[in-house]
Design a protein around this ligand. Structure first.
Ligand SMILES: [Zn+2]
Length: 256
């Protein structure tokens, strides 16, 4: 009973809303804590500070951040002056944006992103993960799973070992396949939709998004997690992007 009261208290502090989609989310962690952990990780990464493509990443990134800020009612995104950009010395095609305003673009990603529009697809998607607080939500889900496991353990204390085993497996497997992964896919879809809006608003061509994902999925090879397993199936993703295209195009700046 005490645990239920505790959970109810957490739920009342933890409920937030995602910009644009309005989806409710459950967040138990402090964003500033996540930001300082992220900054420590970012500091450790091997960067290429003299890479001639870095100013381009910074320019496109700042335009995306400015466009995203219009939907940032909760003030999640740091001011433009606090964002830090880096080309990461890594051949795998990946990119990321961290809470607190750190953006990394792997050297290996440029082969898939020859134009400014392509880079805007990638950075739009990554900044959307930050404004939607997906990292914090994932951590909160994991904490929720740990609490559920503790509840199951307590509830089956007097049952047979077999019953207990079944319960714990249900919590564990259910968590892995029933809760965490589908939420991740929904995070990816959410970031695709918001990323499309942000890039269009920043003056880039949103049609580059379905083209990029089609090209990227055909390339195959070993992709790091952010750009592989947790993403929606490639055909689903392209269909969704097509569906959201009019919404994004309506946000494009009017030509003078
Ligand atoms: Zn993503």
């Amino acid at each position: 009973m005490r645990l239920l009261l505790f959970l109810a208290a957490l739920a009342s502090v933890g409920c937030q809303q995602v910009p644009v989609t309005g989806r409710s989310q459950f967040i138990l962690v402090d964003e500033s804590e996540v930001a300082s952990l992220s900054a420590a990780e970012f500091a450790k990464m091997k960067k290429l500070p003299a890479d001639p493509r870095l100013p381009k990443i910074r320019e496109i990134g700042l335009r995306i951040v400015a466009a995203a800020r219009r939907d940032d009612k909760a003030g999640v995104l740091p001011p433009s002056s606090r964002w830090e950009f880096a080309v990461i010395d890594d051949k795998s095609p990946n990119a990321f944006a961290m809470p607190g305003g750190k953006i990394g673009f792997n050297a290996g990603m440029f082969a898939f992103a020859p134009t400014d529009d392509d880079i805007a697809v990638i950075l739009g998607h990554e900044v959307a993960h930050v404004i939607c607080r997906h990292g914090s939500e994932r951590v909160s889900q994991a904490m929720g799973v740990a609490i559920a496991a503790a509840v199951a353990d307590e509830a089956t204390k007097n049952s047979s070992a077999k019953t207990r085993g079944t319960w714990m497996a249900a919590v564990g497997v259910g968590a892995q396949y029933g809760i965490l992964l589908p939420f991740s896919r929904s995070h990816e879809s959410e970031s695709d939709r918001l990323g499309l809006i942000f890039m269009a608003r920043a003056g880039y061509d949103p049609e580059a998004a379905p083209a990029f994902w089609t090209r990227f999925s055909k390339a195959g090879g070993s992709k790091p997690p952010e750009f592989l397993s947790t993403h929606p199936a490639d055909s689903t993703r392209v269909n969704q992007l097509r569906r959201w295209m009019p919404e994004a195009k309506a946000q494009m700046p009017k030509k003078p």
